[in-house]
Design a protein around this ligand. Sequence first.
Ligand code: ZN
Length: 260
Amino acid sequence: MAEEQTAICFIDHQKHMVIDGRYLRDLEPATRNLIKSEYPSAKVTDFICDHDLLKYQLMRVDGMVKSDVKQTRKINRRLTRAMQSDDYEIVDVNENLERTLTMGQRISDAVARFGGSWGFIGIFTSVLIAWMFVNGASLFGIHFDPFPFILLNLGLSCIAAIQAPIIMMSQNRAADRDRMNSENDYHVNLKSEHELRILHAKLDNLTQNQLPHTLEIQKLEIEILGQIRNELDELHREKAGQFSNDQQDGEKDEKETSDQ
Ligand SMILES: [Zn+2]
């Protein structure tokens, strides 16, 4: 039974208690590969003591931290580049249009605004009815435009002919505004999509690489703490052994050489 509890470390070739080390088959594949890269002849049935294992565990932690930092830097660089590459300045549509407005355009806007209101319809209808009533009924002896109101028709045609291009001018400006707005929207959407894609990559990196690495590092920390505890226990045992002055002097010497 005592034979089973000890094993030879394949690195320092010392005899250790099995509890003071691990067999390679029990290690994480990544740590095992690290050891195998330095000792290609190592087999999964080989034993490694905690003291030698610690070096590879620290190397593994270091490797994970370095790869995470590298990956994060890479993504951050991409994000910075994406932000710098898009030098499109969002146009303030209202301010831009207001600044370039000519007097004619202001008037066309005002006319279009008034022509497209209920107020205009009300006033216009009242004038028409009054005109027809006055001329039709020959009220006060006035009938400058008798039925069928040819002068009124002429007037209406003139108003329609002038009003149509004025409204079109105003509509053209509305179309300009829409065009600027859609240009703004297009650039903002493009930029957002690009940034979103990079943020997605960042999130993927966080969940797929950094989080598993963090958990693995925690696991390694717990293992290292366990090793420290074992060594402390061993020290306590040695001290107790000194006081009781028993016959295990030879074994004690072995442990001390392995601790060095
Ligand atoms: Zn060893």
